[in-house]
Design a protein around this ligand. Structure first.
Ligand SMILES: [Zn+2]
Length: 756
């Protein structure tokens, strides 16, 4: 996520508001008075340990050479990380999986008419940047899991290449059938672009980085500034979102002897060839397109008139991959729990990159390693976590969450039984803490945020993020809520990093954390994402790396040592009620929009207002969506709210009488809390994507990274499949009812403990 400078200016203009008083004397949530005091001491000791010099040294070492899946340095890094974990006293090993990882064999993009131009498809070394010249080891620019193909066709510019862009093309009377489309990066996840293009009959897809989005329009380009230079290219996976992980082993771990699909049978490989290109390579192609002018909001900032086509620009695109099975090396390290070794608190970040990957993923990886070192140090000083802490340095995240997904699928039974929480990070920069994830952990996140100091303002990171929310609020209602709601809201998780299989497939409560908003640039997935860039434009002092270590490590300690696991449900029930309201709003808006459009078609509005000298195809009338029965969801929300409030009330009473310091008395309650996120899952999964089992959160099939909450209803509503939307209600309602029942049982257990 990137936050603009305009926003920062508005943030600075906001006056400081009074903050809720902190009461350090009251015990930590989930802790008896006695254990709370010692926990706070250990946590403070911990937060003093992470060192910015270490973070810098790890990053320099790990980013010294390209380290994508299957490269020598990827393995070398895994072994080095393993050695560090061991040296710090952790019980560590490498777990290997064998996955399908295509690399380019042949790439060609050429303009064959009306003039000739051959795209360079090469990022040049930059003087002064010592790793940018490692061409022999760099993966060429490409999109992994493109189809193989050799195609020639007229070129059509499709803006971001999302579904709504094709609706606009329909109005202009432009078809992409038999054409090669050129889309710009942005507007949604890159894998959606070739998928939607193929659905509309296109035979090939190019994706380029427009300077308006992360190039010179934003600021100086690398190496003078952080933004994308003219030959910079964003690599990236286009593996489709039916399921993440190895394309050949859906639902099971990609171990040596796993049963594998034939490559041609994998549903997650794109149907047409696709290649990413730089804006230097895109310029002559776009300049050669004629036909209708691109709508104003489609225009980038290249010095040309953006036209839509098709043609007369004609492009020849060739893309063939080596379809090899490659090893991925997950490094897994444990600190065993002293009282509840079978309750696992997990922390992960990937170590593989597209090239040198200083920002993505090493800025997060080095912070996680420093957490591991610091916790190892605490163990030497006598700290004994009650629960087991497991660090996971994942391989193969970039191609498709391969390392984490295969590990989770291999260990699904153990994880279902033992996993308490998974905390993920990926890239990290300067700015504000962004935390998203399970809403039963919202208060927990708020509590931890109040313990970490923001390096730039010396406020707590909670205060800073809280003020940001006020500055950023869309309307006065949201602003008032941001100001007065006790806990700051956290976002929901979609897809896009290694938490997906924990949360979406198994129902393990998960968080994704990272700092950002002040680090901006255009080197994502290019050869320029390296140590030189990061130490000039990322987080040069590694102070936010240290803040991330302090945040992640405090979360692990707080959860691992708790007497009662600090899950909380009133925030979750409030949030889920909002999600149900959202569904109703979507339906109502669609009903109104379609009714209005049908009237305008009858009145002749579209044809009368279109410029008759330009091609224009008015929309055709659609059936107005029927009213749908959301009652099971409404009832479930009411039940969940009641049980959440009951649990909250019971817990407050128990805290008053004193939480038992004897963990054995609380073991059964904690078992229920561990299962609280599992209750949201349905073993059948989503109707069209059965790998996704969570009924509250899933990535969108047409947004990729972006989340669709209550996906069994939300996704069909977006696709205007009204009957399917209604058919998705009972499964979602049952998940919420199951959660309500479980929380009710937990409340009863707490009431008994409090002698109520
Ligand atoms: Zn990453």
């Amino acid at each position: 996520m990137r936050i603009t400078r305009v926003f920062l200016a508005s943030l600075l203009a906001i006056s400081v508001v009074p903050l809720p008083a902190q009461t350090p004397a009251s015990p930590l949530s989930g802790y008896s008075a006695q254990n709370s005091a010692s926990e706070q001491q250990w946590e403070e000791k911990f937060r003093a340990l992470p060192s910015t010099d270490n973070l810098r040294n790890y990053m320099q070492r790990l980013s010294a050479r390209p380290h994508h899946v299957g490269s020598p340095y990827d393995k070398d890094n895994a072994e080095w990380i393993l050695a560090q974990f061991k040296q710090w006293g952790l019980d560590a090993h490498i777990e290997q999986f064998d996955v399908l990882f295509p690399t380019p064999k042949e790439r060609l993009v050429e303009l064959v008419a009306p003039t000739k131009f051959v795209a360079k498809l090469q990022e040049p070394a930059v003087a002064g940047d010592p790793t940018s010249n490692q061409q022999k080891e760099q993966l060429p620019t490409y999109n992994a899991y493109s189809a193989d193909g050799d195609v020639t066709g007229p070129l059509v510019y499709v803006n971001y290449g999302m579904r709504e862009d094709y609706e606009k093309l329909d109005r202009m009377g432009v078809s992409v059938k038999g054409a090669i489309v050129i889309a710009r990066y942005g507007g949604g996840w890159r894998g959606i672009k070739p998928k939607v293009a193929a659905e509309h009959g296109a035979i090939g897809c190019l994706i380029y980085s427009d300077p308006k989005d992360d190039g010179y329009t934003e600021g100086d380009v690398f190496p003078k500034g952080p933004f994308r230079p003219q030959d910079g290219v964003q690599r990236g996976s286009v593996e489709d979102t039916d399921y993440p992980g190895d394309p050949l082993t859906p639902g099971v771990g990609a171990t040596k002897d796993a049963k594998r699909l034939a490559i041609k049978d994998s549903p997650v490989i794109q149907k047409i060839p696709v290649l990413p290109i730089s804006y230097a390579d895109a310029q002559p192609l776009l300049a050669a397109i004629a036909g209708p002018d691109a709508p104003e909001e489609w225009r980038g900032s290249l010095a040309l008139s953006y036209h839509v086509g098709p043609g007369p620009a004609k492009v020849h695109l060739k893309m063939f991959s080596n379809w090899d099975i490659k090893p991925v090396y997950d490094v897994i390290a444990k600190i065993p729990g002293s009282q509840f070794p079978d309750e696992w608190v997990l922390r992960g970040n990937h170590h593989d990159a597209w090239v040198n990957g200083a920002e993505d993923p090493l800025s997060g990886q080095v912070a996680m390693m420093e957490e591991a070192r610091s916790l190892g140090e605490l163990v030497k000083q006598g700290w004994k976590p009650k629960r087991t802490i497991i660090f996971c340095a994942w391989d193969g995240e970039e191609p498709g969450l391969l390392g984490s997904t295969e590990w989770v699928e291999t260990h699904d039974k153990e994880l279902t039984e033992h996993a308490v929480m998974y905390v993920n990070s990926d890239t990290n920069g300067r700015g504000f803490l962004h935390a998203s994830g399970s809403h039963s952990l919202e208060r927990f996140v708020n509590d931890v945020e109040k313990t970490v100091t923001d390096p730039e303002t010396k406020k707590t990171v909670w205060e800073r993020a809280h003020l940001m929310r006020i500055a950023r609020a869309k309307n006065s209602e949201d602003r008032q809520e941001a100001r007065h709601r006790g806990d700051s809201r956290i976002g929901a998780l979609g897809d896009g990093s290694d938490y997906a299989s924990f949360l979406d497939h198994l129902g393990v409560a998960a968080l994704n954390i990272g700092y950002g908003g002040e680090t901006d640039g255009g080197i994502y997935h290019s050869i320029y994402d390296d140590f030189y860039w990061y130490t000039h434009f990322g987080d040069p002092k590694f102070e936010y790396g240290r803040a991330l270590s302090q945040t992640g490590g405090t979360m692990l300690m707080r959860m691992a040592d708790a007497d009662v696991l600090p899950f909380e449900f009133t925030n979750a029930s409030d949030t889920i009620a909002k999600y149900v309201d959202d569904l109703k709003k979507i339906l109502k808006t669609k009903q109104e929009e379609i009714t209005e459009q049908n009237s305008e078609i009858d009145e002749g509005v579209f044809t009368a207002t279109a410029d008759p000298t330009k091609p224009y195809v008015p929309p055709t009338k659609e059936a107005v969506p029927p009213f749908l029965n959301f009652a099971p969801l409404d009832n479930a929300v009411v039940d969940f709210k009641k049980s959440a409030e009951r649990y909250d009330k019971a817990m407050k009473a128990l805290v008053k009488t004193g939480l038992p310091a004897d963990g054995a008395k609380l073991a059964a309650l904690n078992q229920m809390l561990i299962r609280s996120e599992r209750a949201y899952t349905n073993p059948q999964g989503l109707a069209e994507r059965p790998w996704f089992k969570h009924m509250i959160y899933a990535p969108g099939a047409y947004t990729g990274y972006g989340v669709k909450t209550i996906p069994s209803v939300h996704e069909p509503l977006d696709a205007k499949k009204w009957a399917a939307a209604e058919a998705g209600v009972p499964a979602a309602a049952k998940a919420i009812e199951d959660e309500a029942k479980l929380v009710d049982s937990a409340a009863e257990a707490v009431e008994k403990l409090a002698g109520q």
